[in-house]
Ligand binder design. Structure first.
Ligand code: BES
Ligand code: ZN
Length: 598
């Protein structure tokens, strides 16, 4: 069989970078909250091979007003046919030299952007805008080559209503903004070349609190103190990550806490991670999310998956490193708890995907004709992390850590394919053929299922919660359960370990004793609601509705709507709640849920 697409060819971009590729993007955009548009221009620097006549950009839903060369002379351009996943190629005639300027406007329903009404924010008085670029949504707000292998530096000037402030995944050049005609302008500069999915923006009533010399938190004024307390360990996480992976090369590391519709737990936008407010548990118990997003500063942002089929190199390495950071900052017993919960999430997701033989259990996933979003399952995260743990345990931690540091140095600011990773690890770590053979890299990476040499993680800290779940299932009363001082994760594990057949009166007993339907901790509440739907435990339904209406994190809302849709009694409720919640969810969540709640 001949493969006509080389492994580093990105099938999710129209760009032909081997002819001409974008090296820098300069944005000058105005945010219009009434029209829900970003409008202005993008000046693109382009490197081309001799004889290249045109450059192909990715766009989706953009209105292109004109394209000009450096002297303002108009350049011929063509917007090609629209593909529902990829959008439209924008082919521009290349000038003899110099950049091209695209004057354009976004569509009010650009999937990367969410325009929030004041009522959808914590402060309730100002609107809010934020972007989510990964995987292929940047093309809905910036006309550029939207492929993770085409790294670009950027700068931006963003004009916003006077009461608001803009934050971007870049160095802030004007923290307080500059007054201008049409509003307040903020300027930014990212001098490291990054994949375009990492260009990000947020505009709102934002306050800032420093946490350490190079760390801090942005959030709405009503949330910023809570966020600062929750993230107090951020600076020590950065220090721990550096010891493990090498210097942090991005300057500052800040976290922006978004409004509750943010569709992800976190997004590793360089210099400023975007995070869901559902991590604000009040007891720092969900901060492993920050360890994860911070780890992406190396795996993902420094060394980037070349295509979305190589996504496991971003998320698998990151998930492995996340737990190593947790181990340094909070100790091995706590890190092992996360390893075990991750391993269980993997098993659950593999069931959902149709079992071990599903093609979506392959690490190097086949995305032909599909949205790369279809590849965001637990497989790249947890099967990827399990592979790295296996390698670590096979060669020993010391050698493995030295390899990791070297890997980040060799590929710093570069894309990497799965094939290149294999070559690299064989050249620098698995030089002993017998050791290499033990790991069975090809089985792990190119075949479905979890190979039987995987090392299942163990966590003694979870033993008690498991035993108590078994005891309760056997009929032990709530007053005899030992649950004192349980962490968030012990509660999660306890609920997961309860039998799926638990009678409704036993659910009621648990709820009465431990107030589970009233929990504020999003992860514990989620586990409880998940079980409550499967048990048709009616008294939790108001809490379920509140939870679905008050946040739009896809990891929580997707399974809960799926659970409801699987029941006879819950379908109508699912449709009713979804109809009410849908306008407040981000497009990423809506895209997923539209396919589930029909
Ligand atoms: N980069 C991902 C989020 C993402 C993946 C966005 C694919 C779009 C497409 C981010 O680092 C992530 O993995 N977030 C997780 C949290 C993490 C603790 C596992 C999430 O949002 O659930
Ligand atoms: Zn991630």
């Amino acid at each position: 069989m001949t493969d006509t697409t080389p492994a580093d060819r990105d099938i999710h971009s129209y760009a032909r970078p081997w002819e001409a590729h974008v090296t820098h993007v300069a944005l000058d955009l105005t945010a219009d909250f009434a029209a829900k548009t970003l409008a202005g221009s993008a000046v693109l620097d382009i490197e081309r091979v001799a004889g290249a006549r045109e450059v192909v950009l990715d766009t989706k839903g953009l209105t292109i007003e004109r394209v000009t060369g450096k002297d303002g002379a108009p350049l011929t351009f063509v917007l090609g046919a629209a593909d529902p996943i990829l959008g439209q190629p924008l082919t521009v005639e290349l000038p003899a030299a110099g950049p091209i300027t695209v004057a354009y406007r976004t569509s009010p329903d650009a999937s990367a952007l969410q325009w929030l009404a004041p009522s959808q924010t914590a402060g309730k008085t100002h609107p809010y805008l934020y972007s989510q670029g990964q995987a292929i949504l940047t093309r809905t707000w910036i006309p550029t080559q939207d492929s993770p292998g085409i790294r670009q530096t950027y700068d931006a000037r963003i004009t916003v209503p006077r009461a608001l402030r803009a934050v971007m995944s870049a160095e802030q050049l004007t923290p307080d903004g500059e007054d201008g005609p049409g509003g307040r302008a903020f300027r930014f500069r990212m001098t490291h070349a990054i994949p375009p999915y990492l260009i990000a923006i947020a505009v709102g009533d934002l306050a800032f609190r420093p946490l350490g010399p190079r760390t801090g938190v942005y959030a709405e004024p009503a949330v910023v103190a809570t966020a600062a307390a929750e993230f107090a360990d951020l600076e020590s996480m950065v220090t721990a990550a550096e010891a493990l992976l090498g210097p942090y090369l991005w300057g500052r590391y800040d976290v922006l806490v978004l409004p509750p519709s943010f569709p992800f737990g976190g997004m590793e936008n360089p210099m400023v991670t975007f995070a869901t407010p559902t991590v604000l548990a009040g007891d720092k118990s969900l901060v492993s999310l920050l360890a994860h997003e911070l780890a992406h500063s190396w795996s993902g942002n420094l060394v980037t998956n070349a295509t979305w089929s190589d996504f496991w190199l971003n998320e698998g390495v990151t998930t492995y490193v996340e737990r190593r950071i947790m181990e340094t900052v909070y100790g091995k017993p706590r890190a092992d708890v996360f390893r075990v919960l991750g391993w269980r999430d993997l098993a659950t997701d593999i069931d959902r995907l149709g079992g071990m033989q599903s093609k979506d259990t392959v690490l190097h996933v086949d995305l032909k004709g599909r949205d790369p979003d279809d590849g965001s399952t637990q497989v790249p995260y947890e099967k990827g992390a399990a592979l790295l743990s296996l390698i670590e345990q096979t060669v020993g931690r010391e050698k493995f850590d030295a390899y990791l540091k070297g890997y980040f140095q060799r590929y710093a600011f570069k894309p990497i394919t799965t094939a290149q990773f294999l070559t690299d690890i064989r050249a620098h770590l698995l030089t002993d053929k017998a050791v290499d053979a033990k790991i069975r890299l090809e089985d792990w990476i190119y075949k479905p299922a979890i190979p039987d040499n995987a090392v299942e993680p163990k966590a003694p800290q979870l033993t008690e919660a498991g035993e108590q779940a078994t005891a309760f299932a056997r009929g032990v009363g709530t007053s005899s359960l030992r649950t004192r001082d349980w962490s968030t994760q012990e509660w999660q594990y306890f609920i997961q370990e309860l039998p799926p057949t638990l009678p409704v009166d036993r659910m009621a007993a648990l709820d009465k004793a431990f107030g589970l339907s009233e929990r504020r901790n999003s992860e514990v509440l989620y586990e409880w609601l998940h079980l409550a739907i499967r048990r048709h435990y009616q008294p939790a339904m108001p809490a379920l509705e509140r939870f679905l209406m008050s946040q739009g994190r896809r990891k929580f809302v997707r399974p809960l709507f799926e659970d409801l849709m699987k029941t006879d009694w819950g379908k109508a409720d699912a449709k009713r709640i979804y109809a009410a919640a849908r306008p407040s969810y981000h497009a990423v969540t809506v895209n997923t849920l539209d396919g589930i709640v029909k």
